[in-house]
Design a protein around this ligand. Sequence first.
Ligand SMILES: [Zn+2]
Length: 272
Amino acid sequence: MFFQKKIEKGTIGDVAYANGSIKFQSVKLNVYAYVIDGIAIDAGAQSLAKQFETFFDEQSIDALYCTHIHEDHTGCAAWFQQQRNIPIFLPSISLPNALKKGDYPLYRQIFWGKRRAFTANPVPETFQSRSYNWKSIFTPGHSADHTAYLNTSTGQLFSGDLFVQVRTKVIMDSESIPQIIDSIKQILSYDFKEMFCNHAGYIKDGKQMFKEKLDYLNQITYEVKKFNQQGMDVAAIQQQLFPRKYPITSFSRGQWDSKHIITSILKTLPVR
Ligand SMILES: [Zn+2]
C-alpha cells in the first residue's frame, strides 16, 4: 500500500507545532502535536513516528500531556517514556488502557499505526510549566476521556479534538453530540482567545469559533428532533440533513458516519 506521509513544522508565538499528515487513496488525515514552555501537548501518531520524533528532538520537553487516548494523540508516548524518560499525563479513566497496546479497528491501525503501551499519570486539575499556570478541562463527547488544556497565564486553549470544525458532518459511533454540546458550553465559560486544535491547527479567535460550532450543533439537534417528531426514521433524517457520502464512511466501514450524529441526539429523547 502506498502512503504519502508529510510533516510541516513551525511556530506561532511561543508555541512550536508539527502537523503530520498521511494520505491513502482518497482519504487524507492529519494531526498536530504542540510544544509550549517545556511541555508537549499530544504525541502524534505511530505511523508518523519518524516525522514527529524529529520535531520532538528539536524541542526541550519536561513533560507530555495527552488530551485523550486516541492513537493519533498518543502514538509517540512510548517513545517519550523510553527515550526521554519524562512524566506522561493522561485523563485518569484511560490509564489502564494505556498500559496495553492500542486496540482499535484495522483502518485506524493502517492510518495511524499501532500505539505501543505506556505508563501515564492522571492529569492534575491544575499544573505549572516553566513559567505558566494551566488548567485541565474535562470535556467528554468526542471520547469518554477528552480533556482540554488551558494556559491560564496567557488565555491559550489547547482544545484537543473538541473543535475540529464548525460544521461537523460525520462523527465516530463512539461520539455523542449532546455531550459535545455540554462540553462546548463548559469551555465557553472560560477566558480564552487563541486556540490550538489538533486537526485544524491554530485558530486566532477560538472562542468565536466554538460559539459558531455550538450554534450549528444546536440547530442540527433542533432539526433532528423535529424530523423525528414528524415520524421520519434515521435514514430519512440523514437523507434530509446529510445527503453527501464521505470517503471515510466506507473506508471505516461505517465507524465514521453522519448517522451517528442523528442517533446520538435521538438517544437522549424519552422513549415514546
Ligand atoms: Zn480523537
